[in-house]
Design a protein around this ligand. Structure first.
Ligand code: NAD
Length: 282
């Protein structure tokens, strides 16, 4: 029988993570503190499975079986017996520490706890648990059912056995796990965010319009999305937060967030989710 998996937080990332584990045959517990978030997660998973059925990627029976494998709950004790719990609550060190204090004692000695954090130190998160050697970063990309990469981040004391097990589990989902070590921004955001920031500086300095900057990067570098459209998709507040993590973590001014980005966030222009960022989403 497939091992039991837990996911904490049923938001954008958590519902996708539960979807892919359940689809791979794992009995999956999706826990959230908020019943409305669980209802939304269920609706989103149903909708995404429906899309896969429409594309004839899976059968209706597969879709129903996947949904049946997910236990939607507000109870942490439902994680009992899980081999792996992936935490995907919002990006706050204190909130993540609080939830680990509740999840950690429920898990067996061999269980692995992983975080989907985009930017918080895995080593620091691990130290808030009783299982630092069995703690790891499992950074799925949005949208989870579609994106192939899982950035696997080894904390300072993550064991080889933990890393190997997580790599194996991610591969069994049909994902491509790629390992890296725990430094600010890991690899993905350390490279992506300075590129986005530079695009914002180019706009700020009047080098070109937003449309021109994005077109140049799409047509010239074969990027599927321009950096400013991508920033709107990720959320400008998230981009600013990650740039600040890079700036603080390395104490290097090359990661200084563009003042235009700060202004947009202060104005509540957060990208797609607020309806306005570098572009308007009416
Ligand atoms: P989100 O705000 O969409 O969802 C967070 C969910 O966690 C909410 O449903 C909330 O009710 C729930 N939650 C909050 N506190 C909780 C608790 N104590 N116990 C259980 N549930 C709780 O967030 P998201 O965008 O899915 O991001 C989750 C994590 O994934 C963050 O660490 C983020 O940095 C990371 N991440 C996000 C993206 C992205 O594109 N959104 C990509 C990669 C990684």
């Amino acid at each position: 029988m497939s091992t039991k998996i837990g996911v904490v937080g049923g938001g954008t990332m958590g519902n996708g993570i539960a979807h892919v584990f359940a689809q791979a045959g794992h009995p999956t517990v999706l826990m959230d503190v908020n019943q409305a978030a669980l209802d939304r997660a269920r609706g989103m998973i149903e909708k995404n499975l429906g899309r896969q059925v429409k594309k004839e990627a899976i059968s209706q029976a597969d879709a129903s079986a996947t949904l049946d494998r997910i236990d939607f709950t507000t109870e942490v004790k439902a994680f009992e017996g899980a081999a792996l719990v992936v935490e995907a609550i919002f990006e706050s060190l204190d909130a993540k520490r609080d939830i680990y204090a509740k999840v950690d004692p429920v898990l067996g000695d061999d269980a692995i706890l992983a975080s989907n954090t985009s930017s918080i130190s895995i080593t620091q998160l691990a130290s808030a648990t009783s299982r630092a050697d069995r703690f790891i970063g499992m950074h799925f990309m949005n949208p989870v059912p579609i994106m192939k990469l899982v950035e696997v981040i080894r904390g300072h004391v993550t064991s080889d056995a933990t890393c190997n097990q997580v790599v194996e589990m991610a591969s069994a989902l049909g994902k491509i796990p790629v390992e890296c070590n725990d430094y600010p921004g890991f690899v993905s955001n350390r490279i992506l965010m300075p590129m986005i920031n530079e695009a914002i500086f180019a706009l700020h300095e009047g080098v070109a319009t937003a449309e021109a900057i994005d077109q140049i990067m799409k047509l010239g570098m074969a990027h599927p999305m321009g950096p400013l459209a991508l920033a709107d998709f990720v959320g400008l507040d998230i981009c600013l937060n990650i740039l600040d993590v890079l700036y603080d973590g390395f104490r290097d001014p090359k990661y200084r967030a563009c003042p235009l980005l700060r202004n947009l966030v202060a104005a509540g222009h957060l990208g797609r989710k607020s309806g306005q960022g570098f572009y308007s989403y009416a």
